[in-house]
Design a protein around this ligand. Structure first.
Ligand SMILES: NC(=O)c1ccc[n+]([C@@H]2O[C@H](COP(=O)([O-])OP(=O)(O)OC[C@H]3O[C@@H](n4cnc5c(N)ncnc54)[C@H](OP(=O)(O)O)[C@@H]3O)[C@@H](O)[C@H]2O)c1
Length: 369
């Protein structure tokens, strides 16, 4: 018998990816799916009518017509599920997580930003409208950062897609105390699914097609969670707290994010000039099933590129030194709906239930796409 799991926010982009991954998962049984009911007014539509791509073949009854999209009920979720994934807006997650735990759900895995920031002051500054309920401390769900804490977690907060790429790009530097950092600037590029399936003027084809548009030139919310995660691992800039900023552009992709971290150094104090960065990153991630260190010189096409990870739970990373500008340049790419959302949430849930963390996540990328 499998482990029964549910998805709330199942009509959205991240929720749809969760349904797809859970349908093919050999241990988790998709037992409950819900949303607000605003978009699909009809009483409990079949999931395959909300996500036609998930319909099974004529002789295959994996998803079939059976599962329906219901309105949210914490009691019902508690009755049916050991774990519930929340792929909802942060205000909704903040209100729902506690009710689900009270209703008997063993673990809630939240994909929204509601519980990501540990510091309450930062939470008030970056998410003033999100009121967390309850007194459960959330555990950060990024396996490469926090695997050990997931085994007995009840509330797991998954990082954002850009934050995941940036943290994975910068984490190996936490082991280099002599870097003499003066600042880090992250340049992010995001595809259109990164901001959900709500209708907005900026999301119309006419506005979005062909775009290379500044979307958050400064003050992107993910910069707070990146800073918090890396500072907790001891990464600082010369003279004190970590100076780290991020600019994000909307680009002409449906899926995928790419980040470039420009890591600025004080040349007079830096003692890491001889470090082989590719080897450093390979060593740091040698036991990680979903990180691929790319070697620029050895690849047929320049990588990392979001197109080379699409459909998979991989994050590709490459690191370079630009001695003329006293900077390191680290590039990371991932599929925002998989390693940036649903895939790594399933990875965290695998760890939480003691399963091999690659379970149900073995698909290789789709290319060309
Ligand atoms: N998209 C990404 O790349 C990505 C990556 C990482 C994390 N995330 C996070 O994941 C969450 C979902 O993102 P998304 O892109 O999938 O958004 P989305 O496509 O807009 O989907 C939002 C989902 O939440 C449901 N919802 C909204 N209000 C609700 C309510 N009051 N009660 C119950 N369900 C409600 C919606 O249901 P209805 O259709 O019925 O309204 C829909 O199923 C967000 O917090 C986002 O920050 C997204």
């Amino acid at each position: 018998m499998g482990i029964p799991v549910g998805v709330i926010g199942a009509s959205g982009y991240a929720g749809g990816e969760l349904l797809r991954l859970l349908t093919g998962h050999p241990v988790f049984d998709l037992s409950y799916a819900a949303a607000s009911g605003r978009t699909h007014g009809e009483q409990d539509p079949a999931l395959v009518s909300v996500h036609p791509s998930l319909r099974a073949g004529e002789a295959d009854h994996r998803m079939g017509e059976g599962l329906r999209l219901s309105r949210v009920s914490a009691t019902e979720a508690g009755r049916r599920c050991a774990a519930v994934f929340l792929a909802t807006p942060p205000e909704v997650s903040a209100a729902l997580a506690e009710s689900l735990l009270d209703a008997g759900v063993e673990v809630v895995i939240d994909l929204s930003p509601a519980f990501r920031l540990r510091d309450p002051g930062l939470q008030r500054r970056w998410y003033p409208d999100v009121r967390r309920r309850g007194d459960h401390d959330a555990v950060c769900g990024l396996p490469e950062l926090n695997r050990g804490a997931l085994a007995d977690a009840r509330l797991i907060a998954m990082p954002g897609c850009l934050a995941t790429a940036a943290i994975l790009a910068l984490l190996p530097l936490c082991g280099l105390p002599d870097l003499a950092l003066t600042g880090i600037v992250i340049d992010g590029k995001a595809g259109s699914t990164g901001s959900g399936d709500r209708l907005r003027r900026s999301a119309l084809h006419a506005a979005r097609s062909g775009v290379v548009g500044p979307y958050a030139p400064a003050g992107h919310r993910h910069s707070a969670e990146i800073r918090e995660a890396l500072q907790a691992r001891g990464l600082t800039t010369v003279g004190g707290a970590l100076r780290l900023g991020m600019s994000v552009f909307a680009v002409n992709l449906v899926r995928g994010v790419s980040i470039t971290a420009h890591v600025l150094q004080d040349p007079a104090a830096d003692k890491t000039g001889d470090v082989d960065l590719t080897q450093l990153f390979r060593q740091a991630y040698r036991d990680e099933p979903f990180i691929r260190i790319r070697d620029w010189a050895a690849e047929a096409v320049p990588l990392p590129d979001p197109r080379i990870v699409l459909g998979s739970n991989y994050c590709d990373v490459a690191a370079f030194r630009d001695a003329d500008a006293n900077r390191l340049v680290i590039i990371a790419a991932l599929d925002n709906l998989i390693k940036g959302a649903a895939g790594q949430a399933v990875q965290a849930c695998n760890i939480r239930f003691g399963l091999p963390e690659v379970t149900g996540l073995a698909a290789l990328p789709v290319y060309p796409s």
